[in-house]
Design a protein around this ligand. Structure first.
Ligand code: ADP
Ligand code: MG
Length: 678
């Protein structure tokens, strides 16, 4: 009948699932009921009409309105099943800036459509995918779509592309925008839906020639905002204190806490659980859940679980507490969150082209971020947002917005990708916000040094190879130059954002964990120490309890192993020789250090007579980070990143020889980059 919730919205509801011909399960109907009450469903007709009439469409709306999970399914309704399977090209792709979001959302949507993940609905993220011949809807990271464009420049496989979270302005999204603008001209049959947060939607409209905008109605309930009277000295301590206070004094409802790093989050989770349990039955039970990008989709599901039940029949209500990085600002919306705690910090990576280093530090968030954070509540009832800074500081100190990644990143790999896409005129490429000419010039310079571009700026053979690796070109180069794969995994910079700290150092077991780390120590450097961990992990049959006994991060190692496998596949596909020095050979570690240097020869520092180091390329005064494993101060070191805390530190360092550098600069290693091993 036309009067039920489903009947109103779904015209041709049948009992058979059109995607796999199976009858729908009860669960499907249960989920459907929830789905149809999401705000986007109110505009379904309007959306479908506008979708039919236009090539590009912008959707704007508050988090939690159902954009990510529902829009793709609306689009699928317009696709004919028969032809979808006949012509492989009728695929709908929905991009996400975060791999975890792509993996978990696709699972959710597969459940909503009552199909198996990896069949009709799948995902594809860096170094991992789950798709089949039958896949008609694919969630993928923006970076993967960009890579697909290299081999399929007009993206023939896709009929519709949905660029989700476009407002996040990741590097890959920004490049995709420019690429897609060109593709849309050449393929009038391709459709594009751009999903953005409300405030940024106008900018996308004007970028896409005034494409129509559909606004999904916003939050229904007011959010009260509280500031502290005085600045907080220690935001971590203040955040934990606030959690406990809310749990003691406020009515039931989930709490979301924003913190900067993964270790910080794990520590906070333990601390909160501990504090609450110490207070015994004065307080209701809590379920404390971490949220950051390296979780598995399975672990992620916990954020959607209900709070724990009271311990006794009329005991105090339980509470769910989610402790997250800024990934929860837009990528995941949790309905039952009522309180949000915003300490005002986030970890940011900033690239400074003038000195060619990535600085990574915990820095104040922008006003735009603060708004997003307070917007995480108020969806199902009134919400409260506790900002752990003063109102004055909010008004005067926070910058208005976060700069798009393209304006603050090392764009070497992006430039390589653009070159591979055949876009030579980078200066006139239609960037929404063009990177600084200086950053572009630096990237070209780096690629030329690496031998990826020739002196005329054309892609070399090595450049072609490097563009195939989903890695920073320095690391790609090192892989090409080396053969001992496992090492590369840990100090891959982009991967660093994916792999959390390899060593676990809980505050409670400080001493034991430091001792454990010492057992893996290689006195010539941190990279080699990490390699020792990896070998030990493999020797112990990848055992999870071995990892926790030895205070190493099981998840990180498992992931690294997976990455190693994937990279090996790429190397085999590119016909690169996979050779490795025998572990018992006395040159084993030396060869690895040479390979490291071949990729990272630009991140070398020299010991000065005053005891500090000077970076070779830019003459920055730097110091070895206290976490290093060296037992001496080598004359030359390579390093992974510069970290700015009390001083400028270089982190993850390894001893290298001056004479190897000479070899590199006389191109002895360059010219034989395929065969470094003896
Ligand atoms: P938007 O993209 O507009 O922020 P989404 O489509 O991501 O919204 O989410 C719509 C609704 O589905 C939200 O209420 C969210 O909490 C819920 N949801 C999303 N993923 C899951 C999941 N894995 N489990 C339970 N609920 C989910
Ligand atoms: Mg979304």
């Amino acid at each position: 009948g036309g009067t039920t919730a489903h009947g109103v919205y779904i015209s041709n509801m049948s009992v058979v699932n059109r995607w796999n011909g199976r009858p729908y399960s009860q669960r499907y109907y249960d989920m459907l009921e929830k789905r149809t009450s999401l705000p986007v469903w109110r505009q379904k007709r309007e959306f479908l009409k506008a979708f039919e009439d236009n090539q590009v469409l912008i959707i704007a709306g508050e988090p939690g309105s159902g954009k990510t999970t529902q829009i793709s399914q609306f689009v699928l309704e317009t696709i004919d099943v028969e032809s979808a399977y006949k012509h492989k090209r009728f695929m709908v792709g929905c991009t996400q800036p975060h791999r975890l979001a792509a993996m978990s959302v696709s699972r959710r949507v597969a459940e909503e459509m009552d199909v198996t993940i990896g069949e009709e609905v799948g995902y594809s993220v860096r170094l991992e995918d789950s798709i089949s011949d039958k896949t008609v809807l694919k969630y993928l990271t923006d970076g993967i779509l960009l890579r697909e464009a290299i081999n399929d420049p007009l993206l023939w496989r896709y009929k519709v592309i949905i660029l989700d979270e476009a407002n996040e302005r990741s590097l890959a999204t920004d490049v995709l925008l420019g690429v897609l603008k060109g593709v849309l001209k050449k393929r009038p049959d391709l459709k594009l839906v751009v999903i953005s947060e409300t405030h940024k939607a106008k900018k996308f409209q004007s970028y896409f020639f005034g494409a129509p905008l559909i606004k999904v109605p916003g939050r229904l309930h007011p959010v009260e905002i509280f500031y502290t009277q005085e600045p907080e000295r220690d935001y971590l301590e203040a955040a934990i204190r606030t959690v406990v206070q809310i749990h003691m004094c406020e009515p039931p409802g989930g709490i979301l806490v924003f913190l900067a790093g993964e270790q910080e989050i794990e520590d906070a989770c333990h601390k909160i659980t501990e504090l609450v349990s110490e207070m015994g039955d004065q307080l209701g039970p809590v379920k404390v859940v971490p949220l950051f990008s390296t979780l598995t989709p399975l672990m992620l599901n916990k954020i959607y679980e209900p709070p724990p039940s009271p311990l006794t029949k009329d005991g105090l209500a339980g509470r769910k507490i989610v402790v997250s990085t800024n990934i929860a600002e837009t990528s995941f919306s949790i309905d039952d969150i009522v309180y949000v705690i915003d300490p005002g910090f986030a970890k940011q990576k900033v690239y400074n082209p003038r000195v060619h280093v990535d600085f990574s530090f915990v820095s104040p968030i922008s006003k735009a971020s603060a708004h997003l954070r307070s917007g995480c509540v108020g969806r199902t009832q009134r919400g409260k947002c506790f900002r752990l800074y003063t109102e004055k500081s909010f008004k005067n100190d926070l910058q208005p917005k976060t700069y798009p990644e393209i304006l603050r990143s090392n764009i070497a790999h992006t430039v390589l990708t653009l070159k591979k896409l055949g876009i030579d005129d980078l200066i006139h490429f239609d960037f929404m916000d063009p990177p600084a000419p200086e950053a572009l010039m630096r990237a070209l310079e780096v690629l030329n040094y690496l031998g990826a571009l020739d002196d005329n700026g054309n892609l070399t053979k090595l450049g072609e190879i490097l563009s195939e690796f989903p890695l920073d070109p320095h690391i790609g180069k090192m892989l090409v130059a080396s053969s001992n794969m496992p090492i590369s995994l840990f100090y891959d910079k982009p991967m660093f954002s994916v792999i959390p700290n390899c060593f676990v150092q809980p505050r409670k077991a400080q001493k034991a964990s430091v001792e454990a780390k010492a057992r893996f120590r290689h006195i010539d450097g941190d990279h080699l120490t990490l390699l020792n961990v990896y070998h030990a992990y493999k020797r112990n049959n990848e055992d999870e309890s071995w990892c926790s006994e030895n205070f190493v991060n099981y998840r990180a190692l498992k992931f690294a192993d997976n990455v190693r496998h994937q990279l090996a596949c790429i190397m085999i596909r590119l016909n690169l020789k996979l050779c490795s020095t025998d572990f018992n050979n006395r040159d084993y570690y030396t060869n690895i250090r040479k390979a490291l240097l071949a990729g990272y020869f630009m991140q070398v520092a020299h010991l000065e007579s005053k005891g500090h180091y000077l970076t070779m390329k830019d003459n920055l005064v730097v110091h070895l980070h206290p976490s290093n494993c060296l037992d001496h101060k080598p004359e030359w070191v390579i390093y992974n990143e510069c970290v700015l805390t009390s001083k400028l530190f270089i982190q993850t360092v390894t001893d290298v020889r001056g004479q190897w550098l000479v070899l590199i600069f006389t191109e002895k290693i360059f010219s034989s980059f395929f065969h470094l091993c003896p």
